[in-house]
Design a binder for this molecule. Structure first.
Ligand SMILES: [Fe+2]
Ligand SMILES: [Fe+2]
Length: 393
């Protein structure tokens, strides 16, 4: 017989809430005629560790988002507000808040099977009936036996769809970059993405993954992103050929044009922010030239190796004292697979024969283009030329 006035109580970490929570709550409503189901996020449950240190306030917010739009569902912050640790205390508090209305405590069959080990199970069963949703893999006879132990009618086994979805599975999928669409409500999917929940912490990510994340977050145009990936590929190949770190080269390639799509004002503001001294030519061609040093400052600030930042900072102008890594990036930027300028194939071939000759040829090409346009060359380009010619003599 349905408890018309009864209120369902669904406890959990809700880290994050997912569709199985909603399906169980909905089944409990339908089968037991519950007026409402309260989702009660745990403060810090004694039976489970709350993974990834997602704060209670965030789990509470996600739970609110998850139930939004279904008026049978509501969220109670009783456990978090009062720091309650035990279900018996929570149920006593909810009974008080809801003026002694009958309560039905909803849980998975795993809850029931471990129930004897809970704190004050007898009190829980006195305060609320139990509604148990079978979980995939739990033996139905074991569930029936465990249910019978708690007295006539105190435990109801729901005939709900056993969905093999758990919060830990959602967390794993997010951290592995796999989709969680249709496993959580759309609002939760968005929330997790926007707040970067459950992703591996920076310390556990490779530098390449961190660089990938950085360019994704920057929202570069498709064209520029393709250029950065091409440059990463080419820089890595050149680094293998010429004895620089392939990983550093790939990261430098990915990040070198991080600031290429900033406006002139933004580039100059970033340069000021990072305390860069800007010479008149850089000032005049801030977008074309200065994006390199501004990106270098940001990349250094993000904790990447100084050699990577250095290479990024020199990719527009070159300069004296270029390291192999610096030169790999400089040449890769002009010869990546997406480049189609006249003579690029020749330059790619030259780069496999002599990296320095390719760099020199590229600087000479840049100087020629400036000459044609009647523009002043940057002193760093001339210094590079001088150093290289001095070396050849
Ligand atoms: Fe660039
Ligand atoms: Fe570039």
């Amino acid at each position: 017989m349905p408890d018309r006035q009864a209120i369902g109580v669904l406890g959990g970490s809700f880290n994050p809430p997912h569709v199985a929570h909603l399906a169980i709550a909905s089944d409990a409503c339908a089968q037991l005629g519950l007026e409402r189901v309260l989702f009660v996020p745990a403060a810090a449950p004694p039976h489970k560790d709350i993974a990834d240190d997602v704060p209670a306030a965030v789990r509470l917010e996600m739970t609110r988002l998850a139930v939004k739009g279904d008026e049978r569902f509501a969220v109670s912050e009783a456990e978090i507000e009062l720091g309650l640790r035990f279900t018996s205390d929570t149920l006593a508090e909810l009974a008080r808040r809801h003026h002694g209305r009958p309560l039905v405590f909803i849980g998975g069959s795993d809850t029931l099977l471990q129930f004897g080990a809970w704190h004050e199970p007898e009190t829980i069963v006195e305060l609320a009936r139990l509604a148990v949703a079978p979980r995939p893999g739990d033996d139905p006879r074991a569930i029936e036996r465990a249910a019978a132990r708690w007295g006539e009618g105190r435990v109801v086994v729901l005939s709900s769809a056993a969905l093999g979805i758990s919060s830990s599975m959602i967390r794993c999928r997010v951290s592995a970059g796999r989709p969680i669409r249709y496993l959580v409500p759309p609002a939760i999917e968005r929330f997790i993405a926007e707040h970067g929940l459950y992703r591996p912490t920076s310390a556990l990510m490779s530098e390449r993954q961190r660089a990938e994340r950085m360019i994704m977050e920057r929202g570069l145009s498709d064209r520029l992103e393709a250029h950065c990936r091409g440059t990463a590929l080419q820089a890595e190949l050149l680094a293998r050929r010429w004895g620089a770190s392939p990983d550093d080269a790939a990261v430098a390639g990915l990040l070198h044009d991080l600031c290429r799509e900033l406006t002139r004002e933004e580039v100059l503001a970033q340069a000021r922010k990072h305390g860069l001294e800007v010479d008149p030519i850089e000032e005049e061609y801030a977008v074309q030239l200065l994006h390199a040093r501004v990106a270098a400052a940001q990349v250094a600030e993000a904790g990447f190796a100084p050699a990577i930042a250095e290479a990024i900072g020199r990719h527009t102008l070159a300069g004296p004292g270029m390291s192999v890594l610096d030169t790999c990036l400089f040449v890769a930027d002009a010869t990546e697979p997406g480049r189609t300028w006249d003579g690029v194939d020749e330059m790619r071939r030259l780069a496999t024969e002599s990296l320095d000759d390719a760099a020199l040829a590229l600087v000479e090409r840049d100087l020629e283009r400036l000459r044609v346009r009647g523009r002043r060359p940057h002193p760093l380009m001339l210094a590079y030329l001088e150093e290289r010619r001095g070396r050849q003599e």
